[in-house]
Ligand binder design. Structure first.
Ligand code: G4P
Length: 539
């Protein structure tokens, strides 16, 4: 990461440096059904965070039918608690950030991925690389996030491991370094060979408890292998020779740069292979990294507290319209009641009651360092992308808004509820549930989304939380572009000539609304000095 300005001297506080070094903040990415929920649960189980299987599974994001509101509500309720899960294991403190499963909430997912330092990619061994995996990996690549690959469901009849690695390498454009290699599959799945430890871990079906130790066979020679695994040994030996000869061997530096992914085979449901993934996270995944702000790069061990909001979630209590802002600490140490500066408004605010998320319960946060996620209650002061610091004027970069692909206009069934409608939409816009635009031409708010389901969630929440019955009709808009121009005079001319096509977003930025692709191209040709952006940074 480059900066023209040098960062202040790092902390002389060894306790802070030691605590930061222990943090592992990560997300699990996968196509729905590959086994993300199962792996999440097993990691928590192994990490000692939950006693019983089923806690995470109960929520099952991404499965509901489009209009199944019970599910959406249930998801919202539980997701406040399980959006972030902190657990300690083997000397590390893990922060696991959940990403919504449904593709219509991909904007939310993008932002969550800006707050992690590593990701686990779960691939269904029978299906290989799927559509959502491709998209999510593209997002990880924007920040070169290190990726650990877990190839799941080896207890089923699946595809050949070499073919799967080939597919990952060619479609996802990331080098694979197998760390474990499967011995058989399906009914004849015998376990994995650990390439770095020269050890065989024997598979045993069952998910009774987290401490299930799998039998380990150290350093077996060819003859012993053939005796133990008469049907699989030949294939295993030739595959290992191939992998060792032609494949990449694990290279920590290449992994940390996001160029190479260590690959593990296993079966999440049977607890098999999960321990190795957890170990890879503690041994290889990076601790919190320096973060780029507009002004300079911030080191995680700097003594002064800084961080940013990457997600807002409305609280479940409709009586109190408070929200929880999910805030990633980037440096310093959080302590209760600390006073911070809110960069966007310039105001001072006190963080009195931050919460930490421990599996399925919330507890008061007493202490947090870089990499940790704290939940800050607020009544709308905090927006996605906001930076808080202990005084310094800093704005963290890299938390994007994406140009919506779907636009609609709300239609009220009761015109007297217009005020409540606008209030509701603006608040939901600030929360990031949808994007809300105020057109220059009239005073009907326009809403934009990346996925259709977002409109349905908004219609439902307007009804239950604001008492507003609204339907949404297609606004006939192709896309939006944020416009900027260094020449104020020129921008004023552009604005005057395009009033009917312009709007402001919730943070007051100028947006051009194009009804067709051709129309957008013509506007770009006509106004070459105006920049049309398809993403914008928050804040
Ligand atoms: P997701 O969060 O990525 O959507 O996936 P989830 O963990 O819910 O797993 C999807 C399905 O795959 C579930 O089955 C789950 O039990 C199964 N599964 C996960 N890991 C393994 C594995 O290692 N081996 C096998 N054979 N199956 C696995 P389901 O029948 O769809 O749901 P459920 O009835 O078990 O909840």
């Amino acid at each position: 990461m480059e900066s023209t300005l040098t960062a202040p001297a790092q902390t002389g506080d060894p306790a802070l440096a030691r605590d930061v070094k222990k943090r592992r903040t990560f997300a699990i990415i996968s196509h729905p059904d590959a086994g993300k929920t199962t792996l999440t649960e097993k990691l928590l189980l192994f990490g000692g965070a939950i006693q019983m299987a089923g806690t995470v599974k109960a929520r099952k994001s991404g499965r509901y039918a489009t209009s199944d509101w019970m599910e959406v509500e249930r998801e919202r309720g539980i997701s406040v608690a399980s959006s972030v899960m902190q657990f300690s294991h083997g000397g590390c403190v893990f922060n696991l950030l959940d990403t919504p499963g449904h593709k219509d909430f991909s904007e939310d997912t993008y932002r969550v991925l800006t707050a992690v330092d590593a990701a686990i990619m779960v691939v269904d061994a029978a299906k290989g690389v799927e559509e959502q995996t491709i998209k999510l990996l593209e997002v990880c690549r924007l920040r070169d996030t290190p990726i650990i690959t877990f190839i799941n469901k080896m207890d089923r009849e699946v595809r050949e491991p070499l073919e799967l690695l080939d597919e990952i390498e060619s479609i996802l454009k990331i080098h694979c370094a197998p760390v474990t290699w499967p011995i058989g599959m399906g009914k004849r799945f015998q376990g994995v060979y650990h390439l770095l430890n020269n050890e065989i871990l024997r598979f045993k079906a069952g998910e009774e408890n987290a401490n299930q130790q799998f039998e380990s066979l150290q350093g077996l020679g060819e003859a012993a292998l053939k005796e133990r695994f008469p049907l699989e040994a030949d294939t295993l030996l030739s595959e290992i020779e191939l992998v060792r000869g032609a494949g990449d061997s694990f290279d920590l530096d290449a992994f940390l740069k996001g160029r190479q992914s260590p690959v593990f085979f296993g079966s999440g449901i049977n607890n098999f292979g999960v321990r190795e993934v957890l170990r890879a996270l503690s041994d290889w995944a990076p601790p919190p990294q320096p973060r780029e702000a507009v002004e300079r790069v911030v080191d995680p061990t700097e003594p002064k507290f800084t961080g940013f909001v990457f997600k807002i979630q409305a609280n479940m209590d409709p009586q109190h319209r408070d929200r929880i802002a999910f805030f990633r600490v980037c440096s310093g140490r959080y302590s209760p009641n600390m006073k911070v500066r809110h960069r966007r408004t310039g105001k001072e605010m006190k963080i009195a009651n931050a919460v930490v998320f421990m599996a399925n319960e919330r507890t008061r946060m007493e202490d947090a360092v870089a990499g940790d996620i704290i939940g800050i209650h607020n009544h709308g002061q905090l927006h996605i992308g906001d930076t808080l610091t202990e005084g310094e004027a800093l704005q963290f970069k890299g938390i994007p808004y994406f140009a919506p692909e779907l636009f609609s206009r709300p239609r009220l069934r009761d015109p007297l509820r217009a005020k409540q409608l606008n209030k509701g939409l603006l608040e939901l816009g600030e929360e990031g549930a949808v994007q809300v635009f105020e057109p220059f031409a009239d005073n009907t708010l326009l809403i934009g989304a990346v996925g259709q389901l977002q409109f349905e969630v908004v219609a439902h929440r307007l009804k239950t939380e604001y008492g507003v019955d609204a339907s949404f009709e297609n606004a006939g808009i192709y896309t939006a572009r944020w416009v900027t121009c260094p020449d104020a005079q020129h921008l004023a001319e552009f604005t005057k000539a395009n009033t009917l096509k312009l709007a402001r977003d919730v943070d007051g930025n100028l947006v051009y609304l194009a009804d067709t692709r051709v129309n957008l191209m013509l506007a770009q040709e006509r106004w070459p000095k105006v920049a049309f952006h398809d993403t914008r940074e928050h804040g």
